[in-house]
Write a protein that binds this ligand. Structure first.
Ligand code: HDD
Length: 723
């Protein structure tokens, strides 16, 4: 990014070389590894610049470039302990990736309570308004491996660790408020089905294959979540533009021991935003790190993403009146029925300084709750409470994973648990059991007043049995509710996604069985999908309960809950030599003022010379910065530039993709040659905004408030004719 200082002189924004961190005077420098760790803060960051390199044992290294050999060309000697230590450590660098949610990205931040819930809970973090609590958040995709791409069509994990004064509280949620299954015993089957097929080891990071749809079509309970999965929720524009949900009902318990059910919501201040499927496919090639780069850049530039914490509170009486069972994780409670009360703000304000130490080693556990919070009887939640602790042992290799800085509580930890691999927090003294009479009071001891007490829920007389509750049997009503709550263009995207996914399923009977569920959800959708697949409409699947018509919930639509401004979004400025300098300044100033970002795309990475002689640095060469990377674009070539690029495939793709993806396009009259070459229809639609002078910039940015120019989709997609 470039700011014009005076004619011909430019300052390249964001490229000012950072001053090297100043090292402490030699006398203050750490002299031992242990001291270094002390200097390192939470990730044990080590500033090695001025220090002599050592082995892990602290032995100073004289030559780290050459191994010890018998002669200059000779075999390496087994004696070379420095070589062996280095290779040994390298060989053991990897830990098992997460069995699900392997690809993730995290950031540090802070949670501030704005509305006290003291009437409902004793949890300190939810009592004192203005109190700030440190957090770490990890976003993830579910199915793909650690090295897969960011824009898979997939559910996104949204896991928040709050380091409260009463211990760590983890809200391990997703960007979708419901789940595929009702009972944890089905989780391994679900995950096996969605991941790569075991015989061939593909496909990677996608549900568009026979095994997933075979499982889904045999699992009616999955179909509410499938509607979400097939919607644009699973191709978010950014982690910053996703909602987060705790999914299950939890309990809040107050000082009088009264319990209130609660569902947790994280609402992005950036508004909900998604990309189009065709765009997602291309982003994965152009920038597989699209989401993590976006998060990193936003935080680095000081545009800290924020979410509001919302709660839906309800008592047993209300729960009993709901037309479904709130303990069934495949169901949500519409906000129109129980409003979301906003109680706090979470701000992500610090990138990790070591990915492995933070994002990879962070260990979320659903059973990490604090006094004043408790579990509901949701059977999926109870299964999770076993799985997360168990998986951390596998992944991190020791029950002492809580000693790692990213997992360590920020409040005192005192107990008699001891030893184990890699114990870092080792108590001293003679007593390691309770009760004891060694210390003054034999502590640490329990504290019934401030300690965690499970809510004393009354249990009706019952029998032990392997059974699914009858109250969980309505599989389709909320699937229909979700579909009917979408705007027509969103409904179209759901239909498109289903056709795409099922077109990748080879077995015709699986396709038909899938469509048979859609008949119980929405007849029109079933017909559209059957038509898109070129198959006869199958009979409806046998339903355990008939589908109810529930009133639509506008809160479930992305487009109805968009950002309403271009703030925090990114414009691509397509420039050539001779582009108009006034227009460039006007546009960039308006974008800066509006809190948006912009990047220059030019024929050469060295940049361009504008018509007043100003040099502008480019962020991307055209084929390295396709329009899919931007929320909107401005095509600003000179006449010569447009004529030159009219024959260039990457330039034509830039324009035709922006058009096909329904983006708002600002343009100068000189761009026409490029539009013609890209076969843009001669009559430009209202998604194009002519930038005749710099004064037009503000109006163009206002137009970009809407996410996309949706009417164009009808023109560019033959499947849209029915809209
Ligand atoms: Fe899970 C990871 C979210 C059901 C078992 N899950 C994991 C992560 C998220 C979720 C966000 C990644 C955490 C991180 O970033 O480290 N999982 C969910 C949600 C669910 C859900 C919202 C349903 C409401 N999960 C679920 C079930 C089970 C698991 C039913 C097992 C019975 N999940 C795991 C796990 C993982 C995990 C195997 C893998 C890595 C990890 O825990 O730390 O234990």
């Amino acid at each position: 990014m470039v700011k014009k200082l005076s004619k011909g002189v430019v300052k390249v924004k964001g490229e000012t070389p950072k001053k090297a961190p100043e090292l402490p005077p030699a006398a203050d420098q750490p002299t031992s590894y242990a001291e270094l760790l002390g200097h390192g803060g939470e990730t044990h960051q080590i500033t090695t610049a001025a220090l002599t390199m050592t082995t892990q044992q602290g032995l100073p290294i004289a030559d780290g470039q050459n191994s010890l050999k018998a002669g200059p060309r000779g075999p390496i000697l087994l004696e070379d302990f420095i070589l062996r230590e280095k290779i040994f450590h390298f060989d053991h660098e990897r830990i098992p990736e997460r069995v699900v949610h392997a690809r993730g990205y995290g950031a540090h931040g802070v949670f501030e309570l704005t509305d006290s819930l003291a009437d409902f809970t004793t949890a300190d973090v939810l009592n004192t308004t203005g109190q700030q609590t440190e957090v770490f958040v990890r976003f993830s995709t579910v199915a793909g491996n650690k090295g897969s791409f960011d824009l898979a069509r997939d559910v996104r994990g949204f896991a928040v660790k709050l380091y409260t004064q009463q211990g760590n509280w983890d809200i391990v949620g997703n960007n979708i408020p419901v789940f595929f299954i009702q009972d944890a015993i089905k989780f391994p089957d679900l995950v096996h089905a969605v991941k790569d097929e075991p015989d061939r080891g593909f496909p990677q990071a996608q549900s568009a294959h026979d095994n997933f749809w075979d499982f889904a079509s045999l699992s009616p309970e999955a179909w509410h979540m499938i509607m979400w999965q097939m919607s644009d929720r699973t191709i978010p524009r950014s982690f910053r533009t996703m909602e987060g949900f705790g999914v299950h009902s939890f309990r809040l318990v107050n000082a009088a021991g009264k319990s209130t059910f609660v569902k947790f919501h994280w609402k992005p201040r950036q508004g909900l935003q998604s990309v189009l499927w065709n765009e997602a496919v291309k982003i994965n090639g152009a920038d597989p790190d699209f989401h993590r780069r976006d998060m990193w850049q936003a935080i680095e530039s000081g545009d800290f993403p924020q979410w509001e914490l919302g709660v839906q509170l309800f008592d047993q009486e209300t729960a009993d009146k709901l037309p479904f069972d709130h303990l069934d994780a495949t169901k949500l409670i519409p906000e129109e029925d129980i409003p979301v009360r906003i109680v706090g703000t979470m701000t992500l304000n610090r990138n990790v300084d070591n990915f492995f130490a933070n994002t990879e080693q962070v260990a979320f556990c659903t059973q990490n709750i604090v006094p004043g919070v408790d579990f509901s009887d949701d059977p999926l939640l109870h299964g999770r409470n076993f799985s997360y602790l168990d998986t951390q042992l596998k992944r991190l290799g020791s029950p002492n994973f809580t000693h790692l800085p990213i997992n360590a509580p920020r409040c005192p930890v005192m107990n008699f648990q001891q030893d184990g691999h890699m114990a870092m927090r080792n108590p001293v003294g003679r007593a390691n059991y309770e009760p004891n009479s060694w210390g003054a009071d034999g502590g640490p001891r329990e504290n019934p007043e401030m300690g965690f007490n499970s809510f004393a829920a009354e249990l009706p007389p019952t029998t032990k049995q392997r059974i699914r509750s009858e109250t969980f049997a309505d599989h389709y009503s909320q699937a229909r509710l979700f579909f009917t709550s979408q705007l027509p263009i969103e409904q179209k995207h759901i239909g498109d996604a289903l056709v795409f996914e099922l077109s990748k399923v080879e077995r015709v009977d699986i396709r038909a069985r899938a469509v048979s569920h859609l008949r119980n959800i929405d007849g029109g959708l079933a017909a559209t999908v059957a038509d898109g697949l070129g198959m006869a409409l199958p009979d409806a699947a046998k339903a355990a309960k008939p589908t109810q018509d529930l009133p639509p919930s506008p809160k479930l639509s992305i487009l109805a809950n968009g950002p309403g401004s271009f703030k925090g979004r990114r414009m691509g400025l397509f420039l050539t030599d001779g582009s108009d300098a006034d227009l460039f300044s006007g546009l960039t100033e308006a974008l800066d003022e509006g809190g948006a970002t912009w990047e220059v795309v030019a024929p050469k990475i060295g940049g361009v010379t504008l018509n007043d002689g100003t040099q502008v640095a480019a962020k991307h060469k055209i084929d390295g910065g396709p329009s899919i990377l931007f929320d909107a674009v401005a095509i600003l070539p000179s006449a010569e530039g447009a004529a030159m690029l009219a024959g260039d495939a990457a330039s034509k793709d830039f324009v035709s993709d922006a058009f096909g993806h329904c983006k708002f396009i600002g343009y100068v009259a000189e761009a026409q040659k490029l539009f013609d070459a890209a076969r843009i229809p001669a009559e430009l639609d209202a998604g194009f905004v002519l930038l005749a002078t710099a004064r037009d910039a503000a109006a163009f940015i206002r137009t970009c408030r809407d996410l996309r120019f949706w009417p164009r989709e009808v023109a560019v997609d033959m499947d849209a004719a029915s809209l």
